[in-house]
Write a protein that binds this ligand. Sequence first.
Ligand code: C2E
Ligand code: CA
Ligand code: CA
Ligand code: CA
Length: 278
Amino acid sequence: AAKRTQAGVKVYDDSLDDRSRASLGLLSELRQAVEHHELRLYLQPKLNLRSQRVEGAEALVRWQHPVRGLVPPGLFIPFAEQTGFIRELSRWMLIESLRFAVQARAQGEVLRISVNLSTRDLLDADLPGKIQAWLAAEGGDPSLLCLEITESAIMDDPARALATAKDLAQQGFKLSIDDFGTGYSSLAYLKQLPVRELKIDQSFVFGMEADEGDREIVRSTINLAHNLKKSVVAEGIETQGALDLLAAMGCDEAQGYFIAKPMPADQFLAWARARAQG
Ligand code: C2E
Ligand code: CA
Ligand code: CA
Ligand code: CA
């Protein structure tokens, strides 16, 4: 465990406590996961409610662990954020998503892939340049990507996050605010952010059929987005009823288990084609 000397310098004794040991173990396992190709790109369709076409997907990471099986991101993303490993993970997700979108386009399917960025990514002033380099390497362009950022990631260090966001927007990347309505950003701040999409948090969508409050929050968010000339996506659609309500409210896009659960990227095009044929 870390101990402090009187000078305040951190030293390590050789008896690592169990938690540190477990953390170090997980970090080295995560590093190996990349090297050993254990990470998987999953995609969840985004349905355009007017055209009824699938025009994009959200990229969600999974870890195919040799012993533990398919590990969901909730079990390792928070840890990856704490340790800084998330930047390695974001790089992997961005490159895999781009590769997928470039291949899909070569097969005649134009898709925009939404990738989740973390606080650490937004604090990395070099990120916009790095993404440009990966785009060039894969033969892609900014229209293939949407970058999802959360209000809490922005509020960690608003000035720096805003600078990175502006840079990304200027380079032509579509930015989206994820989990909209659950953070603490003010509307004044929202006005400054160069985002083109709001993503309504699923917690409001789950309850919208039964709960009038949730329904009104969803309705107001759709109107707010449109008044600010932004598009709006709802996630967490689990029923036909929720889908119908959102379409009636003028929501632009929908995402949720009722349309499709996240699936391995190599199954996505077949799924989308089967759906288009009815
Ligand atoms: P998120 O970005 O809000 O992603 C939406 C989550 O809701 C996903 O969970 C998705 O599978 C789930 N979901 C979608 N539709 C429905 C539905 O109709 N009902 C229910 N109950 N759930 C639905 P998942 O894949 O487990 O990801 C959880 C969170 O982990 C994500 O929340 C995101 O914050 C984070 N995450 C996942 N992949 C990445 C990644 O590559 N990078 C980063 N930084 N974070 C990621
Ligand atoms: Ca997201
Ligand atoms: Ca979300
Ligand atoms: Ca979330």
